[in-house]
Design a protein around this ligand. Sequence first.
Ligand SMILES: Cc1cc2nc3c(=O)[nH]c(=O)nc-3n(C[C@H](O)[C@H](O)[C@H](O)COP(=O)(O)O)c2cc1C
Length: 173
Amino acid sequence: MKSIALSAQSERMVREQDFLVSKTDLKGIIKYANQPFIEITGYTERELVGKNHNIIRHSDMPGGVFKLLWEVVAGGDEIFAYVKNSSKDGPFYWVFANITPSFDANGKIIGYYSVRRMPKRSALREVEKIYATMLEVERQYPNRKQGAQASMDYLLNFLAQHGASYDEFVIAL
Ligand SMILES: Cc1cc2nc3c(=O)[nH]c(=O)nc-3n(C[C@H](O)[C@H](O)[C@H](O)COP(=O)(O)O)c2cc1C
C-alpha cells in the first residue's frame, strides 16, 4: 500500500539561508528554477523546466490547498502556504512558500513566481493536523474536484472560526 511506503520516507531539510525559487507560466509549467530549488527536488534542471509544477507534488497535500492557491494568485493576489513536496529520489521536504503573480505593463498576469524558505517546525505540527483533516474530507468524495472544493471550504470555515484570513493565520503560526 502506498501509505506504508510513504511512512518510510525520510525528510530533507531546507537550509536556513536558502531561498528556493521557481517561476511558472499561467498554467503552472516550470519556466525557471534556481539552484537550491533544483538541488532539493533531486531532479536536474532539464527534467524540471517545461514540466507541470505538480511533478514534485506529495500525496499528503490536500487538493483544497492548491485550489485556494490558484484562486488567489489567478485573482491577482499573493498567497503564503506551507507545502510538503516529494523529491525524485524519495525524501519529502516542507517549505514555507510565497507565491505571487507577475504582471505585464498593462496589468495582465503573465506568470507566477514562488519563493520558498525553511518552515518553522512548530507551524508544521499545526499544518500537518489541518492538512490531514482536509485529506479526510476529500476522501469522502469520489470526484477529485468536489473533494478539493469541500476541503477548501473546510479550511476557510476553520479560519472563519478563528477570526483570521488565510494569510494572517499562516503567518501567525
Ligand atoms: C508558482 C507556483 C509554484 C507552485 N509550487 C508548487 C510546489 O512547490 N509543489 C506543488 O505540489 N505544487 C506547486 N504548485 C501547484 C501546482 O501547479 C499544482 O496545482 C499542484 O501540484 C496540484 O497538482 P494536481 O492537481 O495536478 O495534482 C505551484 C504553482 C505555482 C503557480
